[in-house]
Design a protein around this ligand. Structure first.
Ligand code: F0G
Length: 398
């Protein structure tokens, strides 16, 4: 196995599996101390129980070819954080944030990328390519690096947040800017992979969807069932597709129920709400600045089948929610990641969704550090004081 290691992403206090595992560990520890287990047996147990990423944990439920060779950064196992301060502001309900920004490269893309790159490596591919608004690029670059493969990423010129571009470069990708949109870049990577033996790792790649299903499994494992509502941002529509497939699969095997899905687009990039492609999408949430979603049909189907919907919110609503989440809950996400919650707040305020007594999970797809400029460009410069206590007291105490 490539990439097995020790440690895991931070875990939710609410993760029942963690506490069960801890109890088991203690039990085995006690047996070990009593010399009932040999050294080798003890090591085997410890390794088997160490978190080793989504393919290791849920591989049996994922439709991946047998040639797949796991490339993992121990992605997944992200916390489901109860957001009581925010839910009290919005209504009377139970709200959880699935904080996907805590994946190894800072976004949910790592779940699908471990699957896509693992399949590509097992098949003998040498190079992966993707079009990206930034997060897919950073994720593809990291997993390709770990697998010893080359990565090429196509990004829309000047429209990718600093933390994402820096990531792709740091992980060693060949970064190419397109004088056009994400949609133009996606068309180009499809064309080139039809012509040359390069592996496409956008979410058109079915293994990306398989990997991303694991977040739905984790939510059900922690809560014991699916939530009443799931709200999330929608761009190229791979993630909404994956969640719906994942919840349906878990419901079939574990009777965990199904959520209603609220997909949220930015008003300037809302082809699924308007019902037609957008030639020049525009939004401050650059991650979802997409006019022709590759999995648009499946997104609409997920919304309809789940008795949910896809709506649009303004950039102002997105940025307001980004700020609320950070200042009320201490969770800083990039703008696109706040879109799902902004949509939820919008629907509650307009009386379209009554959350009373419901359990809602909001997917926060990427970390705030991905896009620091959105905060710093409009901020008041922090005050400068001379290095003297009286000067500091004057500022703090007035
Ligand atoms: N949130 C973030 C932070 C994203 O980066 C993306 C997509 C989405 C939401 C929407 O997910 O495309 O599956 O509907 N980012 C892609 C990228 C397009 O290239 O990183 P989706």
């Amino acid at each position: 196995m490539v990439g097995a290691g020790v440690g895991s992403a931070p875990q939710a206090l609410t993760n029942r599996h963690t506490s069960k595992t801890q109890i088991k560990m203690r039990f085995i520890g006690i047996k070990y101390i009593w010399k009932k287990l040999s050294n080798a047996e003890f090591l085997c147990y410890t390794l088997a129980m160490t978190y080793q990423g989504v393919l290791h944990k849920y591989g049996i439920l994922l439709d991946l070819p047998s040639h797949t060779r796991t490339v993992s950064l121990l992605e997944g196992n992200t916390p489901l954080i109860k957001a009581g301060n925010l839910s009290r502001q919005l209504g009377d309900f139970e709200l959880f944030i699935k904080y996907e920004g805590l994946n190894p490269t800072g976004s949910f893309k790592d779940r699908g990328m471990t699957a896509a790159v693992s399949e590509a490596l097992g098949r003998g591919a040498m190079t992966v390519i993707c079009a990206s608004t930034g997060n897919t690029a950073a994720s593809a670059a990291a997993y390709a690096a770990r697998a010893g493969m080359k990565s090429i990423v196509l990004i829309p010129q000047g429209k990718v947040a600093a933390g994402k571009l820096a990531g792709a470069i740091a992980y060693g990708a060949q970064v190419i800017q397109i004088d056009g949109s994400f949609d133009d870049a996606l068309t180009m990577v499809i064309e080139i992979t039809n012509k040359h033996p390069i592996c496409l790792v956008n979410s058109i790649n079915p293994y990306r969807i398989e990997g991303q299903k694991t977040s739905a499994f984790e939510i059900c494992d922690v809560l014991g069932s699916a939530p009443d509502w799931l709200c999330l941002p929608v761009g190229n529509a791979g993630n909404i597709t994956s969640y719906w497939v994942g919840f349906k699969q878990y419901n079939e095997i574990k009777s965990t129920g199904l959520p209603q899905i609220l997909g949220v687009q930015a008003a300037g990039a809302a082809p699924l709400v308007l019902g037609h492609p957008i030639e020049k999408p525009e939004t401050v949430a650059t991650a979802i600045r997409i006019g022709k979603p590759a999995r648009g049909e499946q997104a609409l189907q997920a919304a309809e089948e789940s008795n949910g919907r896809i709506i649009a919110v303004s950039d102002e609503q997105i940025l307001d929610m980004q700020k609320m989440l950070a200042t009320l809950e201490g969770i800083w996400v990039e703008p696109a990641s706040a879109a799902g919650l902004a949509g939820l707040a919008h629907e509650i305020a307009n009386g379209n969704l009554n959350p009373k007594g419901k359990r809602v999970v909001a997917i926060c797809t990427g970390h705030g550090l991905k896009d620091p400029d959105i905060i710093t460009k409009n901020m008041d410069k922090p005050l400068v004081v001379p290095p003297r206590l009286d000067a500091l007291e004057k500022i703090i105490l007035g």
